[in-house]
Design a binder for this molecule. Structure first.
Ligand SMILES: Cc1ncc(COP(=O)(O)O)c(C=O)c1O
Length: 388
């Protein structure tokens, strides 16, 4: 059994790409995955023997914990997915009907915009992409104005994965509710650090990876599907029970969950959820963001994207360095300073068009629960040396 703190021993770099996936994972996650594979490891929901029951308990526990986290009453409406992309595809392709109009926006990740653009290209739906306003937010009024009699769905990201700016979810949700529209939220950058209340925010579908701030392993994600959203199955097949039906069962969660789940991943996620400290983590990350912002103040060649108070940000920011392509800056940070950041468009090309950083994109620095002040000081020193 792996009991020593392995991640600390092998930590090779200053890892500042937590918006892609969080690293390192807490030791309890690694230990529980190893324990699960060594001791349990059965196929959940398929049989009554010990390992199968143990695996089923984990699958159910995670459902319950995720439901609590977002204030959902019915854990069966939490669908285990592979990642955020999988959850978003399931929501979009399962809920949109021929002839619908959908309102999306410029902050969309490709996991939202590509399925929607593909549906629009084959004339299955019409699409309005609402612009991002000067404060980095989607103006609820522009969403209201885009509504037509054919509109079925409004979708938005909770916090931009390019700027880190948190969007006015409750207001957007209220507009969707007033017009009887479905409201889909991509919570990839907020689940695990920012409070999400599906009732107060009028959210019908919430998609989120569980391998970022929820600290689960890769291959985990979830979709919450509320009552008004009649999401049709996107993948069909074995569910363990109800094998007599010729088609996918109607009931949740089996309606949307076919095939053997990622049980080892869910075991790790189960352990991750037990020790989450969203408020402290967000506070910690905002303190580090402030340190970066102050650390590059006065260095005119470094421009931070989005002049937004920390209270409206999650723990990531984008910056550009005058005269140096983001991809080159990231390579220098990696090779000369051992600092891992992400460069480019971050799968959100429309956001860069709005921010004036298209097509080269930005350098994105994203913090995590274990990022230290010393690591941030290393980053600041490296940036100063690069521009100096
Ligand atoms: C805003 C946003 N949406 C969706 C995704 C896709 O999530 P995943 O990588 O888990 O598929 C990401 C991932 O970076 C993201 O930042």
């Amino acid at each position: 059994m792996l009991t020593k703190d392995l991640t600390n021993k092998i930590r090779p770099t200053v890892y500042l790409d937590n918006a892609s996936t969080s690293w390192p994972k807490p030791q309890r996650v690694i230990d529980e995955m190893v324990r699960f594979m060594a001791e349990d490891g059965g196929s959940p929901g398929r049989s009554g023997y010990r390992q199968a029951v143990a695996a089923e308990r984990i699958v159910r526990d995670v459902r319950l914990k995720l439901a609590r986290l977002i204030n959902a009453d019915d854990p069966k409406r939490i669908i285990h997915c592979l990642n955020g992309t999988d959850a978003l595809n399931m929501a979009l392709k399962g809920s949109v009907r021929d002839g619908d109009h959908v309102i999306c926006n410029q902050l969309d990740h490709n996991s939202v915009s590509r399925p929607l653009e593909a549906m629009a290209a084959r004339k299955f739906i019409t699409l309005t992409r609402v612009p991002v306003a000067g404060d980095g937010c989607i103006d609820p009024d522009s969403v209201r104005k885009a509504i037509t009699p054919a509109t079925r769905l409004v979708t938005t990201v909770h916090a931009s994965n390019v700027t880190g700016i948190i969007q006015p979810l409750a207001e957007l949700g209220r507009i969707a509710q007033e017009h009887d529209l479905l409201f889909l939220v991509d919570a990839a950058q907020t689940a695990g650090v920012v409070d999400i209340d599906i009732k107060a925010m009028h959210i019908d579908m919430l998609a989120f990876p569980c391998h970022k701030s929820l600290l689960g392993p890769s291959g985990t994600g979830a979709l919450y599907v509320g009552k008004p959203a009649e999401v049709c199955p996107w993948r069909e097949g074995g569910t363990g029970a109800d094998s007599i039906y010729p088609t996918q069962p109607e009931e949740f969660p089996t309606r949307l969950e076919a095939g053997s789940p990622n049980t080892a991943g869910l075991a790790g996620l189960n352990a991750a959820l037990d020790g989450l400290t969203p408020k402290q983590t967000l506070e910690h990350e905002r303190m580090l963001l402030d340190r970066i912002i102050r650390g590059v103040e006065g260095y005119d060649k470094v421009r931070i994207i989005g002049d937004t108070p920390l209270s409206r940000r999650v723990g990531l920011l984008s910056l550009v360095i005058d005269g140096l392509a983001p991809v080159d800056a990231a390579a220098i940070l990696d090779e000369s300073f051992g600092i891992a950041v992400r460069a480019g468009l971050h799968c959100a090309p429309y956001a860069h068009q709005a921010l004036g950083t298209f097509p080269d994109g930005t350098i994105r620095i994203s913090l995590g629960w274990s990022t230290t002040e010393a690591e941030i000081d290393q980053l600041i020193a490296a940036l100063r040396e690069i521009v100096g």
